[in-house]
Design a protein around this ligand. Structure first.
Ligand code: ADP
Ligand code: MG
Length: 688
């Protein structure tokens, strides 16, 4: 049997079961083998009957004394009871509605049985085992040890029983015995003391003891992290060694003019990062650098300077943003600053008409535009640059590795790549998501910022809060109100952006110009609202999280979040970054329900403005699944490793991967497995 064989080659899988597997995302034999147990039940030892304790799950070995079957009082189902004795005492084994079992159980048989111990119904202090997860009738020759072990419990199994799943996994394991080839080089396995792959698969599903399980898990989690690291590091290495990069010119009269045109001096951190970028750009190797800086730390200015530098070297630049609003904002900012200096800036998004798109594409190909600002549309097939020298992606966590690669392919020589992110990813996670990049950090915010004061309030304070907002607006400021939903919904009684807008605009903010913004509005409508807000024509903007990333209106000094408990901490931190961007005292007011858990969680954000600390807290509270989900890192979900609890393993895997990509023999050993699992993401390694 091959690992790539369809799941219906497994004994017992017919059309119906195959459909059930499909719902679990299991199509092949390999998918089944990597459907790792969610948890385990320890049946590695038996308990003498006189030592059973109510409430515990236990395994008992004894002899059946008697079997009785009776209907329940309402006759709706049957109860089958076997009295089991082992010399230390007696216990009832109870099955509900399993009449077919009656013929299988006979007096005098040896039985090994696991389930939950409790007081028997209608008896005084006698114990019974019900919720029986497994039992075996043992022949006189059978050694009970054969059947003891740790039982896998699989996650969702709709349409399949745990027992069926176990049998099918076992069948697949036996049938593929020879096919599960080793993916880790022997040297790595030895150095990191990892068990073989075949053994690991057997033991992750059917461990005999806990140590076996731990060793199997460690091995498989290591493999998973290691392959990703090998992919990322190989990508980085190939790019550096084998690709022709662009040597940007030194000097920089144009960049100097832009610097002079900026209304501020760069901070020391910005200087440092700009120096690192210049060095990379002036070197013949392609740049691959990540700039990490909290919201409001001034990453846009850095992007601007880098783009100007590429233009100055006779190249074109591309600036890619994850949302239309953000792309527009960047476009207008660049246009305003650069047009007077003779730099031609163009805009491209999927929302343009076909004619407009063709026009800009033609202009880019003819090098009539120096800098293209846009959304994902920039990586579409029809866009070709004349000389693409630099690609900047803003808020990169929205773009996957594959998309990044697609944009780089738009040129025969490899353009320099700069990635900006405000997501304060813990260091070890940076290695997983951005393992192919060098990292620069802007650690301090520009001077003169008033700290944003954050308040956590409940519904009762709503009126007072909005009265305060009104006062701020009357003194010249602007404000955001963020809501979790766009429109009212049947399922939820949360107020929607539309409802809150109606309520506020016609109520307490009567006479003040209010705007509504959400993702389902037409592009032109959104633009009109945003430009009115930028122009200070709209004073109060009610919106959904569409304003989450990047929006920059320095005059806005208050952000109110309705139902703050519906948002993650990292997300609230991003939202909070919309204010405090100018020199005004700024406020972030979170309105949340009174439940203790949401109040406790939100207290953290009230107390700290450190994005890194919040990200770690979020990670701790919500688990890496959601955290990673939100980042869409493009490498799919981790099946067994856990970036949060396996940090140490991740560092080991990274070290092992570093040694691997520098050793051609080892790397070619790993390559097939890498391609099997991440062909799409790392196709580029293969092509070279
Ligand atoms: P982000 O890193 O979130 O993208 P921006 O680049 O949008 O931050 O900058 C936030 C605000 O700080 C903008 O209004 C920008 O003009 C301002 N800013 C950037 N750098 C400096 C600086 N060195 N001194 C003062 N203000 C700055
Ligand atoms: Mg930004």
């Amino acid at each position: 049997m091959q690992l790539t064989d369809s799941i219906n080659k497994v004994r017992g899988v017919g059309v119906k079961k195959a459909a059930a597997f499909a719902r679990l995302g299991i199509c092949t034999v390999y998918d089944l083998l990597t459907y790792y147990p969610r948890t385990y039940e320890d049946q590695s030892h038996t308990t003498p009957i006189n030592r059973l304790r109510p409430g515990e799950r236990s395994t008992v070995l004894g002899v059946i004394q008697s079997v009785t079957e009776r209907p329940t009082r309402r006759r709706s189902f049957t109860v089958l009871t076997a009295m089991v004795g082992d010399g230390t005492g007696y216990v009832q084994a109870v099955w509900f509605n399993q009449r077919f079992l009656k013929s299988k159980l006979r007096e005098g048989q040896r039985i090994l049985l696991s389930g939950k111990v409790d007081y028997a119904y209608n008896t005084r202090g006698q114990l019974a085992i019900s919720g029986i997860t497994s039992f075996e009738i043992l022949g006189t020759q059978d050694a009970p040890e054969e059947y003891l072990g740790i039982l896998p419990i699989y996650g969702a199994t709709e349409g399949l029983t745990q027992k069926q799943l176990r049998q099918m996994v076992e069948y697949a394991l036996v049938q593929t015995e020879g096919a599960l080839s080793e993916t880790l080089p022997a040297r790595i396995r030895e150095e990191y003391r990892l068990i073989g792959r075949t053994a690991a698969f057997h033991r992750i599903h059917f461990p005999k003891q806990e140590e076996e399980l731990l060793a199997a898990r460690r091995r498989l989690a290591f493999e998973e992290l290691y392959l990703i690291q090998c992919g990322l590091l190989a990508l980085k290495k190939r790019t550096a060694e084998e690709q022709e990069g662009i040597t940007h010119a030194t000097g920089g009269a144009l960049a100097a003019r832009v610097l002079a045109a900026l209304p501020f001096d760069l901070t020391a951190d910005q200087e440092k990062v700009w120096e690192e970028i210049k060095r990379d750009m002036e070197s013949p190797l392609p740049m691959r650098r990540l700039v990490q800086g909290d919201v409001g730390s001034g990453k846009t200015a850095i992007a601007l300077l880098a783009l100007v530098k590429t233009v100055e070297s006779g190249q074109q630049g591309a600036l890619m943003a994850p949302t239309e609003i953000l792309a527009r904002q960047h476009y207008e900012y660049l246009q305003e600053l650069l047009a007077p200096l003779g730099v031609r800036v163009g805009f491209l998004s999927g929302r343009l008409t076909k004619k407009e798109r063709t026009e800009i594409a033609t202009a880019l190909a003819a090098h009539e535009v120096d800098i293209a600002v846009g959304t994902h549309a920039l990586i579409q097939e029809y866009v070709a640059f004349d000389k693409l020298g630099l690609v900047v992606t803003d808020e990169q966590h929205r773009f996957g590795v594959a998309q990044r690669a697609a944009l780089e392919k738009k040129s025969t020589v490899t353009p320099d790549v700069l990635v900006m992110t405000a997501t304060p990813i813990p260091r070890t996670m940076t290695l997983t998501v951005y393992g192919d990049l060098d990292v620069s950090r802007i650690e301090h915010l520009p001077p003169g910022r008033q700290p944003i004061r954050t308040f956590l309030r409940d519904e009762m304070a709503r009126e007072k809060i909005y009265a305060f907002v009104r006062k701020e607006i009357e003194s010249g400021r602007q404000a955001y109100v963020v809501c979790p939903l766009i429109e009212a919904s049947e399922e939820s009684d949360l107020p929607s952006a539309e409802e809150v807008y109606e309520e506020l605009a016609h109520g307490i903010f009567y006479g003040i110009s209010c705007g509504l913004l959400h993702g389902r509005m037409k592009s032109a409508e959104k633009e009109a609202v945003m430009s009115a807000f930028y122009a200070d024509e709209i004073k109060l903007l009610v919106s959904t999280t569409v304003i989450e990333v990047g929006v920059n209106v320095p005059n806005a000094s208050i952000l109110v979040v309705e139902h703050a408990e519906r948002f993650g901490l990292a997300q609230l931190h991003q939202l909070r970054g919309r204010v405090g961007r100018g020199s005004y005292a700024s406020y972030c007011i979170l309105i949340a329900g009174r439940s203790a858990s949401s109040q406790e969680r939100l207290k953290v954000i009230e107390q700290t403005s450190d994005g890194f600390q919040l990200a770690e807290e979020d990670l701790r509270l919500r688990g890496p699944g959601q955290f990673f989900g939100a980042m869409q890192h493009g490498l799919g979900d981790l099946k067994i490793a856990n970036v949060f609890t396996d940090m140490d393993l991740l560092l080991l895997a990274r070290r092992a991967a570093l040694a691997t990509v520098d050793d051609p023999a080892m790397f070619s050993f790993v390559l097939p497995a890498l391609m099997r699992q991440y062909r799409e993401q790392f196709a580029y390694i293969r092509e070279v």
